[in-house]
Design a protein around this ligand. Structure first.
Ligand code: KG4
Ligand code: ZN
Length: 329
């Protein structure tokens, strides 16, 4: 079954076609340059750009797979969480496609879809029960997955998401948006230095909760108190503070739930330092899955893949965008 997935929940406009766990085609238009100018996403700007890009991206995706609309067996779309204007572009497009072709439509939770990036092209697929850490620009959540349907939230950030912490601290130290990849490359030459410049709030609490909002204030205070600060060293320390917290809590989650697989997911899972430190600390006993970096950040392959592995079509009339959808829904 060929499924065409659509993703427009934040600033990307993406379409992809998958069959089973294989990717037939993937197209993506990003407005990251527009947002780099303003240092972050302005929702109205993102949505306007998406209305322009949506149809060309779908056309491009079909063309790359050498397929026509009539060859598609079902559609899938991210219906939340995300920015309402952005979500509406994808949701209304997918509903229209389902209506005109009379083919099924599968609504997909964007957060849950991030986890499915770990199944893409993977012959050695994750096994349940699994613990997943979804770490993105808007969310940082641990979930226990006993099956495709049985997903339970087991902990997460109490304030800012880890990606948000990367983006906001990058802005404070003068690195462009998106902060994560820019902090990572700036940090490259100072990875193994013991700097201890910043606190790691909640790292020692016994639960799986985390807190990243204090990092902004700490970085701000540090830059105010050390005018000639070394940007690269500070970037390394920001990355280390975030990574240390995520790694410590991941180990705690594994100890508590003893899963067969541990799945890293979301935009921050593209972070090399996080993957390396996690792999090292978990050792060989835990089956660690990390997505191909192409499918770590927002993309439509993960949307189509989630529909492919957990195929639950509904009538197009019943689908509507839900900006505050929770990961368990
Ligand atoms: O999942 P995603 O593409 O969008 C959301 O659903 O939020 O995640 C975007 C986030 C941004 O905060 C970005 O800075 C972060 O992922 N990110 C990274 C890296 N690549 C993207 N953070 C750290 N290291 C990276 N290499
Ligand atoms: Zn995302």
């Amino acid at each position: 079954m060929k499924i065409l997935g659509i993703e427009t929940s934040c600033d990307e406009t993406a379409a992809a076609i998958v069959e089973g766990n294989k990717v037939l085609s993937s197209s993506l238009a990003t407005s990251v340059e527009l947002h780099a100018k303003t240092g972050g996403i302005i929702p109205e700007v993102a949505a306007r750009q998406q209305t322009k890009s949506m149809i060309p991206v779908i056309n491009d995706c079909l063309k790359n797979a050498n397929l026509n609309l009539k060859d598609i067996d079902a559609f899938a779309v991210a219906y939340g969480p995300g920015l309402i204007g952005s979500l509406l572009v994808g949701v209304e497009t997918a509903k229209t496609l389902s209506y005109i072709t009379n083919k099924p439509l599968v609504p997909i939770n964007h957060l849950k879809a991030h986890i499915y990036a770990n199944w893409v092209d993977n012959n050695d697929a994750p096994v349940f029960p699994a613990v997943a850490l979804v770490v993105s620009g808007g969310h940082t959540d641990f979930v226990l997955m006993k099956s495709h349907e049985d997903i339970k939230w087991i902990g997460g950030t109490r304030d800012d998401a880890a990606g948000e912490a990367f983006d906001k601290t990058a802005r404070i130290i003068g690195l462009p948006y998106p902060g994560g990849p820019n902090i990572a490359s700036s940090a490259e030459d100072h990875l193994n230095e013991k700097l201890d410049l910043l606190p790691r709030p909640m790292i020692d609490t016994k639960d799986l909760d985390m807190s990243f909002s204090g990092l902004k204030t700490s970085v701000l205070n540090y830059t105010k108190g050390n005018k000639g600060f070394d940007k690269d060293k500070l970037a390394a320390e920001i990355q280390e503070a975030i990574v240390d917290t995520l790694v410590t809590k991941s180990n705690r989650a594994i100890k508590k739930y003893n899963p067969k697989s541990f799945l890293l997911a979301g935009g921050v899972s593209a972070n090399k330092r996080l993957k390396e430190k996690l792999a090292k600390s978990l050792g060989k006993e835990t089956n660690l899955f990390t997505p191909n970096p192409t499918f770590s950040t927002d993309n439509a392959v993960m949307i189509a893949m989630a529909a492919s592995l957990d195929f639950k079509p509904v009538s197009w009339q019943s689908v509507s965008a839900n900006p505050s959808l929770a990961i368990e829904e």
